[in-house]
Design a protein around this ligand. Sequence first.
Ligand SMILES: [Zn+2]
Length: 135
Amino acid sequence: MGMIRWSVVSLSITHRNIRQQLAALQRSGFRSKFRLKTVDRTYIAQKGMDTIADHARQFVDTRVADAFPKNDGRQTPMRGHPVFIAQHATATCCRKCMQKWHGIKKGRALNETERTFVRDLIMAWIERQLNDAFS
Ligand SMILES: [Zn+2]
């Protein structure tokens, strides 16, 4: 079996930014401790990466993208879906973390570019976990 890939459509500036952000997150003791567990890996294998990417986009849209998300700061569980784990690992779990780590200001809705960036960052982290590139 080869590398598991979820292809980011535009590999230019956004892709470079994703790599930089992943590298920065890896230097955080808290963020770098998150791992996909066997149950998450099995779920991803069953659903496929495109479906997981759809879920990621749905979670972004419904849980963190609004100007004032419901239960902000507590809206992302620590388990139950691989995307939730990825959100904690990538600091896309709530608006406070997104502001601190990614410079996305609180109090306004995410635009399309930001929603896509957050989804792609989540998927890039998952892809790296599956390929064990993080050790
Ligand atoms: Zn957070």
